[in-house]
Design a binder for this molecule. Structure first.
Ligand SMILES: Cc1cc2nc3c(=O)[nH]c(=O)nc-3n(C[C@H](O)[C@H](O)[C@H](O)COP(=O)(O)OP(=O)(O)OC[C@H]3O[C@@H](n4cnc5c(N)ncnc54)[C@H](O)[C@@H]3O)c2cc1C
Length: 461
């Protein structure tokens, strides 16, 4: 499938007039109360809540490219407040009540992000929508029914989710071969780059300084060394998510997992009439090679999925350019689910990296002795969870004894990934097994394929 633009960071920038000009770099050695490395959602939310709580703090953000260059300017725009990490793993160090509190706090991020965007006048195309997880075969439907029950067992409010029949799901979006769906109510859709750029402008208005085009080489107690000088600060926050492996000492902490998207040309009104999707639902299929999609402000479909999952040695992409094989895979998924789009052109394709800890569970933390903190390893759920991370880090730094600092993801230690080639082999075999599992389930298997169970076991998912 031919695309007009591949890379250029993401379609979301093309949508707002192109990749932005960079702010000034660090003008030499500096001192601050807080230095944050990385100007994505995590770094910006942390700066936002710190400055709101204590306007006197001097806060400097150091960013290699520009605010929103990473996953925050490239994602699928699902502001879902979801909890897709293993609750059982958090239970090893926390009570069930605390895990439920964390789940609630994550769900609450949707309201909180909406509140701040309204208060700060950030136009991020944010609308409240439902999320539709579609099943296109029996095994997928069984998984959705199990998931529904699992969510209820974990005290998700009953009114916030519903199992849909094939006909009910098709009323929402006219997907081919529907078996049914699971609906999660009242989440939100955003234009990711508009959110991150708006947030960067908001923290600047509060008095935070963002230095762009400045690469951090090393972080140690009180010192951030960059190619433009050194920032000395008693508090340093690492907010580099999928790029963390590039920092000395963190090479095996979070695996940079690749995710890619395509954006169609705007669809005609006649085609929208065939497809439905009037509620702008966040859409996903429950395959192991999952996909995620949104209907954009101007009537395009942006659909993402894994594509080529991981580059040897934790390397990352160049400016979001993705492989042709990935574009073809995503196009196949789009036209399989929505055959109405077969003749539609693809305007843009791009990719980015998300951070994956060895146990696939996100963490946020702060070491009072060294003054160093971090948050991330969101495994692709950072649009909402980065907001909770920002509030949590602010409380930790300000030594506030809030409910947030006692949630189970705080100061959790996770072991490192294996050295190469084991890392590459593990991730690539996982995806091969997922592919086999999807094939078996599509072929009529009525429950989750054992290939998928094996894949999860190999990688500790
Ligand atoms: C394609 C894709 C689709 C996704 N879809 C969704 C979705 O729909 N919903 C959802 O919830 N999540 C999604 N995610 C995940 C979500 O986007 C991320 O979890 C979130 O944006 C992470 O924000 P962050 O600020 O921690 O990291 P990033 O946004 O990646 O920011 C890290 C920043 O650090 C900078 N940096 C890195 N190294 C250095 C250095 N050495 N010196 C200085 N600066 C440095 C980078 O340039 C970057 O700007 C998706 C991710 C991807 C890649």
């Amino acid at each position: 499938m031919l695309v007009k633009t591949n890379g250029d960071v993401s379609f979301w920038y093309a949508d707002i007039g192109g990749v932005p000009a960079k702010r000034a770099p660090l003008p030499g050695d500096q001192q601050a109360d807080v230095c944050i490395v990385g100007a994505g959602y995590t770094g910006l939310w942390t700066a936002y809540y710190l400055k709101k709580a204590n306007p006197a703090l001097s806060i400097v953000i150091v960013e290699r490219e520009f605010a929103g260059f990473g996953a925050s300017g490239r994602n699928g725009g699902w502001l879902s407040g979801g909890f897709e990490w293993s609750r059982e793993k958090y239970l090893k160090n926390a009570t069930r009540a605390k895990v439920i509190a964390m789940q609630r706090a994550m769900a609450g991020t949707v309201d909180e992000v909406e509140r701040v965007t309204r208060e700060e006048g950030i136009d991020a195309d944010l609308i409240r929508v439902d999320k539709l997880l579609a099943a296109t075969n029996k095994a997928q439907m069984v998984r959705l029914e199990e998931d529904y029950q699992f969510q209820l067992d974990w005290e998700t409010p009953k009114e916030s989710l519903a199992i849909l029949s094939a006909a009910q799901a098709a009323e929402r979006i006219n997907i081919a071969n529907l078996e049914g769906g699971l609906l999660l109510r009242n989440v939100a859709r955003v234009q990711p780059a508009k959110l991150v750029r708006g947030l960067a402008a908001a923290v600047e208005r509060l008095g935070v300084t963002i230095y762009e085009g400045t690469t951090v080489g090393r972080i140690s107690k009180g010192i951030v060394e960059t190619d433009r000088g050194t920032v000395r600060a008693p508090v340093i926050i690492r907010a580099t998510e999928g790029f963390t492996a590039g920092l000395p000492g963190h090479e095996r902490l979070w695996l940079p997992l690749n995710s890619a998207l395509i954006a169609t040309e705007p669809l005609s009104e006649a085609m929208w009439a065939e497809i439905g999707w009037k509620g702008h639902e966040l859409l996903s299929e429950t395959a192991h090679a999952y996909c995620y999609a949104q209907r954009t402000r101007e009537g395009r479909i942006a659909m993402g999925g894994r594509g080529v999952p991981y580059r040897y040695g934790s390397r990352t992409d160049v400016n979001g350019q993705t492989q042709q094989a990935t574009i073809d895979q995503l196009h196949d998924i789009l036209t399989r689910l929505l055959p109405q789009t077969k003749g539609v052109k693809i305007d843009h394709a791009w990719c980015g990296v998300l951070g994956v800890p060895r146990d696939w569970c996100t963490t946020a933390g702060f070491d009072e002795k060294t003054g160093m903190g971090w948050a991330g390893g969101y495994v692709g759920l950072g649009v909402s969870s980065s907001n909770l991370a920002g509030r949590t880090l602010a409380d930790l730094i300000l030594k506030r004894d809030s409910e947030l600092v006692s949630l189970p993801w705080v100061n959790r230690k996770v072991r490192n990934w294996e050295p190469e080639p084991l890392r590459w082999l593990g991730v690539h075999s996982m995806y091969q097994l997922f592919k086999l599992a999807d094939q078996r389930e599509k072929g009529g298997l009525e429950k989750t394929s054992r290939f998928a169970t094996l894949a999860n076991r190999i990688t500790g998912h």
